[in-house]
Design a protein around this ligand. Structure first.
Ligand code: ATP
Length: 514
């Protein structure tokens, strides 16, 4: 099965099992907007709690806020979004489809990367154990040729993006014969800039309605509250402010399911530091955030850093944490050194003094900022794509199982009476009533036990607890482990600790801080 097929199946699975639905589906949906179903919202909430608690509990100098989505319009002037939050767009005249020019060029570079990887894999197979990969990459003429092309495109691309050179972007697309995947032609328009912010009006027209924007990032809510939090929380530099909330972008090339949405959710933390200390803290947060991801156990090889070629107007260093999705390595989180750009700009536009007085230095300054910014929905997609497995079982049977990190699973345990009579349902309810204060449990008595196991596998429930006739006399149940399908007989009294060991977030927090 190709990765594309896996992705299609994953999208179908998300819908069938109540994780993600297209928005307003009865009206045929709304482009790149999605709703989370009964299981999806639990997984999403668990992701948010994992992030929130790790930020605000593991770091005594990080506190949270919850700012409004609507903000004074000058905020977006000061942040640079009104003038510079643009995507370079290009249309194909034959297919009438619109693309992001930068994405077309990045896909082009990825094609050369793929070609190189194919050569390496072929050679590795041919030479077996004696294969020297580094040497091969440095000397093989075909690899060198692909690499040279890629480097050439990359150099032109970085220059064009940094200089905002739109004809330069188009020239790359034309020179390297990039064709529209639908029409297959090179009949491209010029590249134009398009602002991604949604706007609406506040107040009635009679008293002069004000044009306001739906926030395209949550970060600005933190910056405009920086002084409020610093003063009321008596925070000392360095300190951080964390926030989780919705953000809106009128994405043009909205595709790949919940990877790129028009309404999405961000988890952002702005860490305020002394000017000059920012690179030290940038390195700290880079490492710390990667540890947070890796603690989930989805596979260390699925992550990589991607340093930015084009720095945003506010940044002096930036990197992405990328995750290997079914459609390649993609950004899940950005870590940016934003300098004092935002605070200085708000100071200028608002006319308010928002400097920090550092008692240790006996000096006032505008703090520098390190930002960690992660999309909840992209995190959700990365977890789902790593967790989705189709397994062939002995005896010709097969199953679909979501190997979700137990900590994040929507349901922790399913309580299943073997039959619907003989007092087993009552006993099962008793167990459920004892466990439900600590864990999300479901009760299910319908269909054969095998079918019920499959249902739980499909939503990623780590434990199934089966109550049988012996339970009534020996006070023991059969607990089945999702990934191994191993079953063991345990006493009802030990259930709580057994489940807790696997699903308690504390274990992940310890891993991160090790
Ligand atoms: P991209 O290059 O993919 O458009 P970005 O660099 O513009 O992303 P940031 O502005 O750094 O993204 O936003 C921080 C995080 O917010 C991203 O790493 C991503 O996880 C998430 N995010 C951004 N845009 C979207 C979107 N349209 N849909 C879902 N998540 C998003």
């Amino acid at each position: 099965m190709t990765q594309k097929d896996v992705f299609k199946k994953l999208v179908a699975h998300c819908k069938e099992y109540g994780f993600v639905f297209p928005s307003s589906e009865i009206y045929d949906g709304l482009g790149a907007v999605y709703d989370y179903g009964q299981n999806g919202v639990e997984l999403k909430n668990n992701i948010k709690r994992y992030w929130w608690d790790s930020m605000t509990m593991l770091h005594e100098n990080v506190v949270g806020i919850d700012a409004a989505i609507f903000m004074h319009p000058t905020t977006w002037k000061a942040s640079g979004h009104v003038d510079a939050f643009n995507d370079p767009l290009i249309d194909n005249r034959d297919s009438k489809k619109r693309y992001r020019a930068d994405v077309l060029i990045e896909d082009l570079m990825a094609k050369y990367d793929e070609k190189i990887e194919k050569e390496v894999q072929k050679a590795a197979k041919r030479f077996g154990a004696s294969f020297d990969e580094a040497m091969f990459r440095q000397t093989n003429p075909r690899v060198l040729e692909h690499q040279a092309k890629r480097d050439e495109i990359h150099a032109r691309y970085a220059k064009a993006m940094n200089e905002n050179d739109l004809p330069g972007l188009k020239a790359i697309i034309m020179d390297y014969d990039v064709v529209d995947p639908i029409s297959g032609t090179k009949n491209w328009t010029d590249v134009r800039q398009f602002n991604l912010m949604f706007s609406t009006e506040m107040g009635s027209t009679a008293d002069g309605a004000m044009k306001i924007y739906l926030r395209p990032e949550t970060a600005q809510g933190i910056f405009v509250n920086y002084l409020n939090v610093q003063k009321t929380g008596r925070m000392k530099i360095p300190f951080g402010i964390a926030q989780i909330g919705k953000a809106f972008r009128n994405e043009i090339v909205a595709r790949q399911f919940i990877f790129r949405m028009r309404e999405f959710e961000q988890m952002e933390m702005q860490f305020f530091v002394r000017p000059g200390d920012e690179m030290k803290w940038f390195a700290y947060w880079k490492e710390h955030r990667l540890a947070w991801h890796k603690a989930l156990g989805l596979g260390d090889n699925k992550y990589r850093f991607h340093d930015h070629d084009k720095l945003a107007h506010y940044a002096n260093a930036a990197t992405d944490i990328e995750f290997e999705m079914p459609f390649g390595f993609k950004e899940v989180e950005g870590i940016h050194s934003r300098t004092d750009f935002d605070l200085s700009s708000h100071e200028k536009y608002s006319g308010k003094n928002i400097k920090y007085f550092d008692p240790e230095l006996n000096q006032s300054y505008t703090p520098y900022v390190i930002e960690t910014s992660i999309g909840v929905d992209r995190m959700f997609l990365s977890i789902m794509s790593a967790a989705y497995c189709e397994e062939q079982l002995e005896g010709g049977d097969s199953r679909v199982v979501l190997k979700l990190p137990p900590v994040l699973a929507p349901v922790k345990a399913a309580i299943l009476p073997l039959v619907k009579k003989d007092g087993l349902p009552e006993k099962a309810r008793e167990i459920m009533d004892a466990l439900k204060f600590d864990f999300r449990c479901v009760y299910d008595e319908k269909d054969s036990i095998g079918k019920r196991y499959r249902r739980q596998d499909a939503v990623g429930t780590p434990f199934c607890v089966t109550v049988d006739h012996d339970t009534l006399t020996d006070n023991c149940v059969t607990i089945r482990h999702r990934d191994t399908m191993q079953q063991e007989r345990v006493s009802i009294d030990s259930l709580h600790d057994l489940i807790d060991r696997e699903v308690n977030m504390k274990n992940l927090f310890r891993k991160i801080m090790d």
